[in-house]
Structure formats: C-alpha cells, structure tokens
Design a protein around this ligand. Structure first.
Ligand code: ADP
Ligand code: MG
Length: 693
C-alpha cells in the first residue's frame, strides 16, 4: 500500500465502517470521532480488569469480576410478565451463584449439568444468593485455566453504550491498525524501547494485560511530548537561523551609566540575571528568556537595566504590565530612576485622553520615544515602533508564545524578556516552556523581612481582627481575600459580597472598605485599585485578582478566608502582596477544611517561604493548574500525557527531541518526514511554523 492510499484509508469517514452507519456516525462525531484515524487514536480512559478470577466467597457487589464454577442446575421458565428466563446455577463447591438471561432461549442449549464455566459480569447479592445478569459465559475444558484480558473503558456520550463503542473500535482496530505507519524512525524507536505504532494501537485498546497497557501508553506519551518538543526546538532553530534581532551588547560604559542611576547596589542574584540577559541581547538571535523571582525579589530594576541597554544602542524598549495600575506604578518607578537622564519615556494605558494617546503613538512610530510602559493591550493594538529592540512582559499569567507575533516588526525581531513571580515547577518549565531560557532570582534585597504566616483556628478570629485593626490604626492597609465572587450556597466558601457586608457592619466598621473581583469591568476594577494605591481605601475585599496587578508597600496585613480553596503557589503570590515594604507583613489563613491532608498542606505553607518548593508540592498534588496548564500557554491540550505521572518521560522526550533537531534543524531528512508532518499538523498554526515545510 502506498503512502497516499494508506493515509486516504485512515481518513475514511466512520460512517462507512461496517456496523456504524449514518445515525451512529452522528453520535460518534459528538465524541470527536469522525474518521478511522480518530477512532484508532481514541484512547480508553480506563480499563476494567476482569482477569482476576474470584472465588464466590470473595465477590464484591457491582464490580466487574470473573468466577469459575460447575453447572449445578439449568432452569428455563417464564417470568410473571411472560418473558423467557434462563437461570444457570453454578457452584465452586462452597457457594452458589445464579446467572440469569432474559429473552435468549438459544442459550439454553449451551449449558449442561457438570460443565465447567467461566462467567464475567457484575454480581448482586439477592435473596441469599449471588446473581449475575447477562454475564459473559465461556465453557471451559476440564484443565483449562482462562486468561482474561482487561476491557477498555471509553468516554461516552448520549446515544451510545460502552459495549457498542467497544465493538466499533475493535472493528476499526482489526481492519485498519496495520495500515498505520510509524512516525518514529526504526533506530530511534529501538534506541528508546518504544513499542511499534501498530502494536501500540492494538495494545492500548485491547491489551493482554495491564502491564502491556503501560508499555503502549509510554510510547504514546513519549510521542506526544516529543512532537511538542520538536515543535519548540524547530521554532528555536529557525530563530537562530534567521538571526533577525539587533545585537545590543552591554559595554563597560553602558554599565557604568546605568548603575549611576540606581539608588541601591544590585544584589548578586540580580547581577547574575543581568549577566545572562545581556549576554542574550548581545546576539542577533532574539532573546527568549523567562525571569523568575519571588514577589519583591527586585525584577523591575533588572528589566529597567535591560531596557536602558537597548536604549543605549538607539533602540526602543517596551515594558508591559498586566493591569493599568501596575503600568502606572512601573512608569513612576522608571520615571524616578530616569529623572537625571535624557531617556525619552512615555506611558501608554487605556485611560489616556485621545490627544495624549495619539501623541505617544506618533512619537513611538517616528522614534521620538525611547522607552514606553503600558498594559499588555499594547500587544493587541497596532502600535508601530520605529526601532523596537526589547520587549519586557511583567507578571505574565498567559505565557503565550503567540502574543509575540503581534509585536513582530518587519525584518527585525525584538528581544523578549518575560518576568514572573509564579514559581514554575521543573517539569512544566521543561515541557511547556521548553523554548525559553530561564533566569532565577533566589535572593531578596537586603533587609527584607519574610511575611509572617499563621494558620488560625476559628476561635482566634476576634484576636486576629483586633491585630488587623491595630495595623490599620497605625496607618497601614490590608487585604481580605476570599475564594468566590458570589455565595453559591449558604454553607459554601466565602464570597466577596457577603464578606464585604459582614466586615463593613462588624469587625472593620470604622474603616474604608472596597470590593474588587475579576467579574467587575476592567475600568471599574482599575479605579478601585487606584484608590487603594492612593490610600483612599484602607482594606480591599477581593478574590485572587490581586495576586498580580497591585503593588502597595503600605499594605502589610492580609486575611485569607477558605484558604483550602487556593493552590499553595497562589497563596504564596497572594501573601507576596504584603511583603512589599520595609516592615514585616502578616498573613493569616482561615480554613474550613476538615481533611487532614488539606491542613497539612496549609501548615507546610506557613513553614516555607520558598515559592519553588511550594509550587512543586502543589504540582505534585494538584497538577499544573490553570495558570500553568497547556491552555494558558496557548497550546492544544495533551491527549494522553500527564505531566505529573509522566515526569520521567517528559525529560527523556525533551532531551531526545532537541538532540534530533540539533542534527536535523528543519526535520528535512526523509526518515523524519512523518515526525515533521505530525508536528506541523499539531503545532504548525499555534507556533507559527507554517513555512517550515
Ligand atoms: P518584584 O520582583 O516583585 O517585581 P520589585 O522590582 O518591585 O520586585 O522590587 C521590590 C522592591 O525592592 C522595590 O521597592 C525595589 O525598589 C526594591 N529593590 C529592588 N532591588 C533592590 C536592591 N538590590 N536593594 C534594595 N532594594 C531593592
Ligand atoms: Mg514586579
């Protein structure tokens, strides 16, 4: 069979597979199954392991099990409603089980007293005896010991039952699996002990045992992660090849000039990060670097250093923040640092009068502005630059590789620096951010005091609020963080609205409170945060929206309600909000969690200030989560890989894929053509690999 007709065959609509037809095809389409190939790669979500043959004494109600026994009695009768009922009583010498079949008179022929049979089904204990309705039955030879294979369990939709889907998929696998051609070259597969594709497809649907499932699964996980890494590596290779960025090296003179502007000496960790960043910027390959550092570790000044380096080379630099309030704050910081300098700077945010806005856009386009600070909306608008050299993205929650495209200039590409306080677990960094280089700031500026964190019991509430009020009376500000915007049920977690009302009428009645949450219109949200920043408000009652987007050194106390509803990394981000100033912050967690595990997590949180450690605990117990999942990264979701379970495979796949691209940067060798096709199919659009072909 030639390549072409094999792939045609796999594209055949399921409708034409015997036993499907147009009506079933519609149901299958709802599961995303349209073609033969869709069905081949529609992996079971689980298996029913019926291999274990149980004695009757060990049976468990309703679970799928197998039993072996001798037929003791075969009895056919009519039910009260006139249906044909066949009852077959079997015994294992100790107890009895009755198998029942309705409306299947032909079965009567199958059984004879004294025969050995194997029955597989879901037993019920009824009227002092186990019964199994419609079990699968096999007549066994005298000395036969049966081997039962696990049964696949597929995700279903209305209109199709498990056994029906199983039968369709079995038919597809039997008829078409051997037409599949492996994406991996033979030697690659052999080297990594990966199961051949055809065998893996057969095994994952209809495995002889669960150990075989693991081997087949490993192959597909490796493939999925490998294809992603190939896409990232090829994209990177293209950037390196194209080398379209301007080289913006730092020189001793530039370094001295920038340091003169800074009000404090840099920490060693900041210096190290700057060293890595400027080394990247000195190359004509666009920088693609992620700067990670806890809240308060001093990332801003590192960004400013990088921007001034670009400006020193007569290039423009842009700093993008997630909210308008933060953009304004960053602008103030930059403006203050540059008060003695001739660097021309501007602020570009949504709320500007249109004349002012137009003036800034014009000056950016004709090169009269060196440095601009704004919200991330800049990337979405058609802002024209004269000579853009560096883009810094701060506190990014969506680390999309795709946002980049909007700022791409014809001919040259800027360098990219992405900053985040979200600690990224190793596996995620490697897998989803495999194309980014990473710098880490692990040290806080001198004199910074870690936030004191408490896990309080309900009877300590009034004591905590007393402390909270005292801080407010000293002129400090605070946050009260709750998980929900609105109450969903009376006993559920706290909401912003209810908490606001309670506190305004109770514990915090003498103070100025305001509520802020993600469902408010952006402008309104920004306005509230602005008032908090100017200390027109004492306490913000909020959801986790304040995780990023606000930076108020005067805020030193935080209450977190229903702490069990938040991830540890998120809690860490939240408490970072009260670690901005000179004096120590205080953060108190309340929890309704009854579970031991939940309390343990929160206790670990109180005892650790290392964001990476917390992110790792979080990741292992809860998965990548919303912030770091594939969706937020702008990538299609994984079909089979599970980054927690498959950490090891992720590492292997990454290593192998990057090695492969090192040898064959465009995947142009014939033996890699299928890998390339698959990579383009899956990631071509997302990662803009369109013209690799
Ligand atoms: P983040 O990493 O959270 O963005 P910032 O850049 O906002 O942190 O820095 C937090 C605070 O620490 C700011 O007030 C900043 O001026 C101060 N800071 C940063 N670096 C140093 C340093 N090397 N020495 C003293 N203070 C510093
Ligand atoms: Mg910051």
């Amino acid at each position: 069979m030639s390549d072409n007709s094999a792939s045609e065959l796999l594209k055949r609509p399921l409708q034409y597979v015997p036993g499907v037809g147009p009506r079933r095809a519609e149901v299958l389409a709802r599961l995303g199954l349209r073609t033969v190939s869709d069905a081949l790669f529609f992996f079971p979500r689980d298996y029913e392991d019926a291999r274990e043959v149980r004695s009757l004494a060990q049976l468990e109600a309703d679970a799928l099990q197998s039993v072996i026994g001798t037929v003791h009695e075969v009895e056919a009768r009519a039910s009260s409603s006139g249906r044909f009922v066949l009852g077959v009583l079997i015994t294992d010498g100790e107890s009895f089980l009755r198998a029942l079949w309705f409306d299947q008179p032909y079965r009567q022929e199958m059984f004879r007293r004294g025969q050995r049979v194997l029955l597989t089904g879901r037993p019920r204990y009824k009227g002092m005896v186990w019964t199994m309705a419609h079990p699968k039955a096999h007549i066994l030879a005298e000395d036969e010991t049966p081997r039962m294979s696990p049964l696949p369990i597929y995700s279903l939709t209305e209109g199709i039952r498990q056994w029906e889907l199983r039968r369709i998929i079995r038919r597809v696998v039997e008829n078409y699996a051997d037409r599949l051609e492996d994406v991996f070259p033979d030697d690659y597969r052999a080297q990594h002990h990966l199961m051949p594709l055809v065998e893996a497809v057969r095994t994952i649907h209809f495995p002889p045992d669960l150990a075989a499932v693991e081997l087949a699964r490993r192959r597909f996980v490796h493939q999925e992660l490998c294809i992603l890494q190939l896409a990232l590596a090829v994209q990177r290779a293209r950037q390196i090849e194209a080398a379209t960025a301007s080289a913006l090296p730092r020189t001793a003179k530039i370094d001295a000039r920038i340091r003169r502007l800074l009000p404090f000496p840099l920490t060693q960790a900041q210096d190290q990060a700057i060293q890595e960043i400027t080394a990247d910027m000195a190359r004509t390959v666009p920088m693609n670097r992620l700067l990670q550092g806890d809240v308060g570790s001093g990332k801003t000044v590192v960004a400013v250093y990088a921007m001034l380096t670009a400006v020193a080379h007569q290039h423009q630099a842009v700093l993008m923040a997630p909210t308008e309030v933060l953009a304004r704050q960053h602008f103030q910081t930059v403006d203050r640092l540059l008060s003695q300098s001739r660097v021309r700077r501007g602020l570009l945010v949504g709320g500007l009068p249109s004349g002012e806005r137009k003036a800034i856009l014009d000056r950016l386009a004709n090169g009269e502005l060196d440095l601009v600070v704004g919200t991330q909306a800049i990337a979405q608008e058609s802002v024209r630059f004269h000579r853009l050299g560096l883009v810094v993205i701060d506190e990014q929650h969506k680390f999309g590789v795709r946002q980049r495209a909007a700022l791409k200039e014809a001919g040259t590409e800027p360098h990219y620096l992405i900053m985040t306080a979200t600690p990224i677990p190793r596996t995620i960094a490697m897998t989803l951010f495999g194309d980014l280089d990473v710098s880490v700031i692990k040290e806080l500026p001198p004199g910074r005091k870690p936030v004191k964190t408490y896990l309080a019991t309900p009877d300590q509430r009034s004591q905590w609020w007393e402390f909270f009020r005292r801080k407010l009376c000293e002129g400090r500000q605070g946050y009260v963080v709750v998980p929900l915007v609105e109450e969903s049920e009376a006993a559920g977690p706290r909401s912003v609205e209810a908490t606001y009302e309670d506190l305004q009428a109770g514990e915090l009645r003498e103070f100025r409170l305001a509520a802020v949450h993600g469902r408010m219109p952006t402008l309104e949200k920004e306005a509230v945060m602005g008032r908090f920043y100017r200390h027109e408000i004492d306490v913000l009652i909020c959801t986790s929206v304040v995780e990023v987007g606000i930076d108020v050194p005067n805020a030193t106390v935080m209450t977190i309600e229903n702490a069990e509803c938040f991830g540890l990394a998120q809690l860490h981000q939240l408490r970072g909000r009260v670690s901005r100033g000179e004096s120590a912050g205080h953060c108190c967690l309340f929890t309704e969690a009854a579970s031991q595990e939940s309390r343990k997590r929160l206790e670990a949180f109180c005892n650790t200030t290392d964001g990476f450690e917390l992110a790792e605990i979080d990741f292992l117990s809860r998965g990548p989560g919303e912030i770091l999942g594939t969706r937020q990264h702008g990538l299609p979701p994984f079909r089979i890989a599970d980054l927690i379970r498959d950490r090891q495979i992720a590492e292997e796949a990454r290593h192998d894929a990057w090695e492969l691209v090192k040898k064959d940067p465009g995947l142009r060798l014939a033996e890699h053509s299928r890998l390339r096709a698959m990579m383009l199919k899956r990631y071509g659009r997302t990662l803009d690999l369109g013209d690799v072909g």
